[in-house]
Design a protein around this ligand. Structure first.
Ligand SMILES: C[S@@+](CC[C@H](N)C(=O)[O-])C[C@H]1O[C@@H](n2cnc3c(N)ncnc32)[C@H](O)[C@@H]1O
Length: 936
């Protein structure tokens, strides 16, 4: 903010300076807020306002003036602010946590409904550098705003137009329902500043910090130009100064902000070393691609004498000049104005000739307008000629097809279900949708208007090939209406051109390209959104918005993917949403081109303002909707269509001679299923669909006749055959050893309880008398395969033995019971375990003491020999130590090789006992009986 020349450029003491002086404002910048408020009227509805970077207090004064009496207004700045009535101020750096705390204490837990930010870092280096720091400051202020704003609150900030501008706008869009950028008249044209009014804060519960982190927000921004060109013509004058500022800035950037050094991801075009492009006025006026130029260039310069002469033309208004200064931010009206100016200059210099010179002098203005219109329509013609012809050709082809289809139908050459989707539409389904017809009519009207213009230009009827019906429609337009329509169409075309321009702007944006590239990578990990999604929304009005509308347009078109994203929210929480939004931003291009996403985009499209529509787009809009609806309609028909196609094939199949005489296959196969179905569905009669169903059944019948299994049967293939439950004596012999196993298991169960869910289930069933013991035993006998195993391959039997097992029931209750048991075990306190261990130890100690005593007693006994004493002591001590029990005698059944042998049977080690099988069974039986009786 150094010293300025008071006559030129920024230092000029303009009317706002004087006005500020007159009205007692501390700074001329106060009028920026006055103008912004005039346009958006946010002050009157605010009760609590924070002004970040408020010194010397101009905005505070305006806020105090326009906000309701008794409102809370807090201002903060690095510099002290002279006291103001009804306003509290303090000195702090808004980038520090201390400022946050001070704000909190000033607000007394209130939420602000307005946050203003007019901060500008006090640096004097080159403007790009300043822009970056400025925009960092903006992000910081946004951070504070998100913290202090109430839901629905507003945030007004100054932004410097630079490559970071779009990134900032995008972030605003994610947090506010309406975001508009504007340049108030009090903001000097030479200044790169622009004001963004963000309305209706969404107040998400969680904001991904990446949204407010310059590292993330600006990381994708286009690379910093190595050479910096000052935005104003005045600044550009001194190339030496520029060079100095360049080097200065770079030195600064390298030394102090090495991390902010941008990588040239995209690279510059061959021979280009800057992102700033200026075109000459001649390029614009005389060149063919005026729209393209506007999209690609930053500025139009008047360099040559001829060009300077154009500055004096009555058509060259100050608005045109200021538009030429910064093409990046052309609003729609600026754009149209510029295009009109171009045509006017072309006329002046004789590049174009007035088509209608015989106009009345009194209608001079009108004539001129028409001339311009004609010129524009020339452009229009060039732009749309190809499209029109294509459309016409398509329509003609469709008409022919339609007629052919209708003829076919009339001659019974085809069935309606055989028509493809297009034919259907042609054959009359369009009559299902009256709305669509109406829209179609509207489209025709609009198209006619455009065609008329083209026809006028050409001196020929552009719609020659249109049907007579349309020609009669043409008569409906009287000359005035036609004119209106023409104008409408022209406006539309200009809108269309404007959209082209914005599209080019978007494409030019490096980020856009990167996102497009990323999109191509299917593995690109789509990110997740802020937890609270916005509904509809998008930016608001497009009128007069001096912003890079391409971006805005995209953002508006971007669907607010509320519901769709909610499923992913939990995952998103961590990732936080930044990159999902990025992905969404990148998807924009896709959504425009990809008709599949039409449905998804619908809400966003609804939010789009009518001003977006170019003539053809305007016409396309209903088409899009119609298409979506049509698709719906088609979809409902497509599935049966497939089925019908299938059934038709089936019909053809059964029409073959080989099936003649077979009669009704459906009836043949007895389709109980079919009759059941019919009963169920209450279907009767002989509708086509039913016939199809029958055909389908027939199809299935046919398939059943060629069932491979039955085919095998027929052929007598004896690979294997499942024998149904033949009573055989191949069941495994009752093995006495199993009894042992059962006893062992029973002992385990007694000791540890039931261990498996199956066991618990069976036990529960037994206890609840859901199953009897006999049943259980008999089920046990049925276990395993009982079919004839003769001749079966080894692998099969192996598999069977492994897998052919009864599936024992398992109930949820049983599982719960087991879990509960385990939980109880796990929940045993350590103390209890320790106690148990101590108890065990104590008992062992007692046993040992007892054994020692016993051993001492043995030693004192005089009756025993030393050997006997030693044996007795060892026995006592062994018991005392809890020595392992002697291994039980192994019972060897005297059968087979062991039958009648004397001495140790083969392969048996240790203690053993020979038993007779009969005896063994009897002994066991006795034991069982004894046990039972003792229980009773
Ligand atoms: C253009 S002036 C604001 C004018 C003010 N809106 C008015 O109408 O009076 C920009 C202000 O931003 C302040 N500023 C810059 N960086 C700051 C920071 N980090 N914290 C607080 N204020 C800052 C400067 O001290 C300067 O007073």
């Amino acid at each position: 903010m150094g010293k300025h020349d008071k006559k030129t450029g920024k230092g000029r003491l303009d009317k706002f300076y004087k006005l500020a002086k007159e009205q007692g404002y501390r700074a001329r910048s106060a009028f920026k807020l006055v103008h912004l408020n005039r346009k958006y009227d946010f002050l009157a509805s605010s009760k609590c306002c924070i002004d970040l970077c408020a010194a010397p207090g101009g905005w505070l004064q305006v806020a105090e003036k326009y906000m309701p009496k008794g409102s809370l207004i807090v201002g903060v700045d690095l510099n002290p602010i002279k006291p103001l009535q009804h306003v509290s101020t303090f000195v702090s750096d808004i980038t520090t946590p201390q400022c946050r705390q001070l704000l909190r204490s000033h607000l007394h837990d209130w939420k602000a409904d307005l946050v203003l930010h007019d901060g500008a870092p006090n640096v004097g280096s080159a403007w790009v550098q300043d822009a970056f720091t400025q925009n960092e400051l903006v992000l910081q202020s946004l951070k504070l705003a998100t913290e202090f704003l109430c839901k629905g609150g507003n945030f007004v900030t100054k932004v410097f137009r630079s490559q970071d501008y779009n990134a900032l706008m995008w972030v605003f869009q994610q947090l506010f329902k309406t975001v508009e950028a504007t340049k108030p008249p009090s903001s000097r044209n030479v200044s790169a500043e622009i004001f963004v009014v963000c309305q209706n804060f969404i107040a998400p519960k969680h904001i991904d910090p990446k949204f407010l982190d310059p590292k993330h927000v600006f990381k994708d921004a286009a690379p910093l130009p190595p050479s910096i060109i000052l935005p104003s013509a005045a600044a550009a004058a001194s190339s030496a100064a520029v060079a100095k500022s360049q080097s200065g800035s770079h030195a600064h950037a390298n030394v102090f902000m090495p991390e902010k050094k941008r990588r040239h991801r995209e690279g510059y075009a061959e021979g280009e070393f800057t992102n700033f492009h200026a075109a000459t006025a001649s390029d614009f006026v005389k060149g063919h691609d005026a729209v393209g130029l506007l999209g690609m260039m930053n500025k139009i310069e008047f360099v040559t004498e001829e060009e300077k002469g154009w500055l004096k033309s009555r058509h060259t208004t100050s608005a045109v000049i200021s538009s030429c200064e910064d093409l990046k931010v052309l609003g729609k009206s600026d754009f149209k104005q510029l295009m009109k100016w171009r045509l006017a200059i072309r006329l002046e210099i004789g590049l174009d000739v007035k088509a209608d010179t015989a106009q009345d002098a009194t209608e001079e203005v009108v004539v001129e307008e028409i001339d311009e219109e004609e010129q524009i329509s020339e452009e229009l013609k060039k732009l749309h000629e190809a499209r029109m012809t294509r459309q016409k050709r398509e329509k003609k082809r469709a008409n022919e097809k339609k007629n052919a289809t209708i003829l076919k139908l009339q001659l019974n050459m085809t069935a309606p279900e055989d028509l493809d989707n297009d034919d259907r539409g042609l054959a009359g389904e369009e009559t299902f949708d009256l709305g669509e017809m109406e829209r179609e009519a509207g489209r025709r009207g609009k198209k006619r208007a455009v065609d008329d213009i083209v026809a006028d230009q050409d001196g020929m009827d552009a719609s020659e090939s249109e049907s007579e019906e349309e020609e009669s429609e043409e008569e409906v337009f009287d000359s005035e209406e036609e004119r209106e329509l023409r104008l409408g169409a022209l406006e539309g075309e200009l809108d269309g051109m404007y959209d082209d321009y914005t599209q080019r702007m978007a494409e030019r944006d490096a980020k856009y390209k990167v996102k497009q590239a990323r999109l191509k990578d299917k593995n690109y990990d789509a990110w997740h959104g802020i937890n609270e999604e916005k509904n509809g929304g998008g930016s608001g009005s497009d009128s007069d918005v001096g912003v890079s509308k391409g971006w805005k347009d995209q953002l508006v078109r971007q669907p607010r993917r509320g519901d769709a994203l909610e499923d992913d929210e939990e995952e998103e929480e961590e990732a936080g949403g930044w990159e999902l939004r990025l992905a969404g931003k990148a998807r924009v291009g896709e959504s425009d081109s990809d008709s599949d996403s039409d449905d998804e985009d619908q809400p966003a499209k609804k939010s789009r303002k009518a001003t977006f529509g170019k003539a053809d787009e305007g016409a396309a809009k209903p088409q899009v909707k119609g298409k979506a609806e049509g698709r719906k309609l088609v979809r409902s028909l497509v599935e049966p269509e497939e089925r019908k196609q299938m059934s038709r094939q089936a019909q053809l199949w059964f029409d073959q001679n080989v099936f003649k005489g077979v009669g009704d296959l459906a009836a043949l196969d007895g389709d109980e299923e079919e009759s059941e179905e019919e009963e169920d569905e209450g279907m009767e009669g002989d509708t086509e669909e039913e016939e199809d169903d029958v055909d389908m059944e027939a199809g299935s019948t046919q398939s059943s006749t060629v069932d491979p299994a039955s085919a095998e049967d027929d052929e007598g293939d004896d690979t294997f055959e499942i024998v149904p439950q033949a009573a055989e004596d191949t069941a495994p012999e009752w093995d006495v050893y199993d009894e042992d196993q059962d006893e062992v298991k029973a002992a385990t169960v007694r000791a540890k309880g039931l261990l498996t869910a199956e066991a618990v289930t069976l036990a529960t069933q037994l206890v609840n008398r859901q199953i009897t013991a006999d049943q259980l035993i008999s089920d046990g006998f049925n276990r395993g395969s009982t079919f004839n195993k003769d001749g079966l391959p080894e692998w099969f039997l192996d598999d069977e033995s492994k897998h052919y097992k009864a599936n024992l029931p398992v109930t949820k209750e049983a599982m719960d019971a087991l879990k509960e048991k385990q939980r109880a075990l796990d929940a045993r306190p350590i103390k209890k375990v320790a106690e148990a261990k101590a108890r065990k130890k104590f008992k062992a100690h007692q046993r040992l003491e007892k054994a020692k005593k016993k051993a001492a007693g043995v030693m004192e006994t005089e009756d025993l020999s030393m050997g006997e004493k030693a044996k007795a002591v060892a026995k006592a001590m062994g018991r005392g130590r809890g020595a392992e029990k002697r291994p039980e005698k192994k019972v060897v059944v005297a059968r087979g090789a062991n039958k009648g042998i004397a001495g140790r049977p083969k392969g048996v080690k240790g203690r053993y006992k020979m038993t007779d099988p009969r005896m063994r069974k009897e002994v066991r039986a006795m034991k069982r009986i004894k046990k039972k009786t003792s229980k009773r």
